[in-house]
Design a binder for this molecule. Structure first.
Ligand code: TRP
Length: 323
């Protein structure tokens, strides 16, 4: 047992080291954004989601709260719910409560962050007639496991909220939804959240807030590489940067080296040179138009049944059905 736990931990570290090595040896250096969500990162993201500048999570929650019964009314009778990247599960409560009023409902949160998954199970465990089985997995691996548990005549509702789709390049987003579609059956549903285009200064503030919480969230990646892979990044010599990419219609998050410097990462067997002003790209958040969602859906084998839009912070919730 102990051996197994040890082996698993080592594997995870090896994969982390390999991903970091790959990212930092590219022409445009990068660090994969999935590593933002360790315990500290997951908690910092919770704080981001209540910052006045970052309206995204609140818009998502408002729509789900306001329209939960509308959404549920459009679903087939027997439905189990899978969520890709549940986070703490807070915004999922309304839909689950609405479903559980009709019938006993299975909820399968799929989440790579163990911290978030534990918070989610605690947050939603009190709903009557719910059964929660969490999967600490990558999205598609988790969804395959959920699909394998499907009962005869049962449909799936997949939740992909918070505009995580926006963290894919546009074409990769469609490819990802196509993968999701392949795991589903015709008549299954996907509820997709997308952050909509808005004025650029407002976007910049949302990803570079006055208190520096987003900066801390982003910089935590370097902190993690120091702690877990023995690196010697001096955090004061790097800074958080958010910039709008006109062509991609995305906000890009970078970590910028404020001087020429060298960093060593022993566990990656790597020495990395930084020029002054050189950046590590950590994440992009693409913004959509509401009608663009219909096209993406079609391209991935879904059709859009209904869409709800928040006008306070332009954001769309789209209910897609697998064709
Ligand atoms: N992926 C989310 C988004 O695009 C979360 C996020 C908010 C984020 N701020 C960030 C990711 C800063 C990386 C860096 O909105």
């Amino acid at each position: 047992m102990l051996m197994l736990t040890h082996a698993v931990t080592t594997d995870v570290n090896l994969e982390f080291a390999a991903d970091i090595r790959e990212g930092l040896t590219k022409e445009q250096k990068e660090l994969p954004s999935k590593y933002l969500y360790d315990e500290v990162g997951s908690r910092l993201f919770e704080v981001i989601s209540v910052l006045p500048e970052y309206g995204l999570t609140r818009a998502d929650e408002r729509l789900l709260h306001r329209y939960a019964s509308d959404i549920v009314a459009r679903l087939p009778r027997r439905v189990a719910v899978a969520e890709l990247g549940s986070g703490t599960g807070k915004k999922t409560r309304w839909i689950l409560q609405s479903l559980c009023r009709r019938q006993k409902t299975s909820y399968y949160p799929i989440e790579i962050s163990r911290t978030a998954l534990a918070m989610c199970e605690r947050e939603l465990g009190d709903i009557d007639a719910i059964s929660i089985v969490g999967f600490e997995r990558e999205y598609l691996d988790g969804l395959l496991e959920v699909a394998a548990r499907r009962q005869r005549g049962q449909h799936l509702l997949v939740l992909f909220l918070g505009s995580t789709i926006g963290n894919f390049e546009r074409a990769a987003g469609v490819r990802f939804l196509r993968e999701v579609r392949r795991i589903l059956q015709p008549g299954d549903f996907l509820l997709l959240g997308t952050d909509l285009e808005k004025p650029i200064p407002q976007l910049i503030k949302a990803y570079d807030d006055a208190l520096g919480v987003t900066a801390a969230f982003n910089m935590n990646l370097l902190h993690r590489v120091n702690h877990e892979l023995g690196a010697n990044f001096v955090l004061e010599q790097f800074e958080h940067m958010a910039k709008y990419n006109q062509q991609a219609r995305s906000i890009e998050m970078h970590i910028r080296s404020n001087r020429k410097q060298t960093v060593t990462i022993p566990e990656c067997g790597l020495t990395v040179q930084f020029a002054e002003g050189e950046t590590i790209w950590t994440e992009s958040s693409h913004k959509y138009s509401s009608t663009e969602v219909f096209q993406i859906a079609e391209a991935a084998g879904f059709s859009c049944r209904a869409q709800w839009i928040d006008h306070e912070w332009p954001f769309a919730e789209s209910l897609l059905v697998a064709q």
